[in-house]
Design a protein around this ligand. Sequence first.
Ligand SMILES: [Fe+2]
Ligand SMILES: [Fe+2]
Length: 198
Amino acid sequence: MIFLIKKEVPLMCKELLEAATETNIEKYCVLVERFPSLKSDAVLEYLRDANYFTAPSSFNKHGDWIGGNFDHSRKVTELLLQYTAEEGLHWSREESPYIIGLFHDMCKCDQKKFEMKNGEVVIVSANAIDKRHSEKSIELIEKNIISMTVEEKLCIYYHMGVYGGDEEYQILMKEMISKNPNILFTQMADTVAAKMGI
Ligand SMILES: [Fe+2]
Ligand SMILES: [Fe+2]
């Protein structure tokens, strides 16, 4: 599948991707400034190589631009921090809303890529769809970024809410939400950001 991004593109695809990477690394580092483990050289190198700063969220639903998945992740983080302040949410550590917001869709980074076609930047499939959405994000985060708390893993595992899995998943999700309402706020932040088109 191919979806158009812009009618006129002044720069070649590679240059656009490199420029977006540099801009988004700066934004990322400002956001996680207080958490050195999230901006170590190794983590930044991994995120850069994984196309974290340029990947789109979707073909045409939300975040369908260069860096769309990063923008979506920042918006989810921003909303989680807003809910935390407004609702007095408690997290097992201060960086939890950042880790959940910024990396819950890490699984999308290798699913799509950008190419130049007929003078336009388009989104194309990079790999076959991986149905292990949340599990894949958790695996990638644990392996390459940071070891997570149980609460962080639960929030990411259930972030897709009613779209996240089979009947068993839904039953367990309800039970988990009753014990940990932060899961619900994670789902809300994700849904609100997507509905905003981000
Ligand atoms: Fe997701
Ligand atoms: Fe998301």
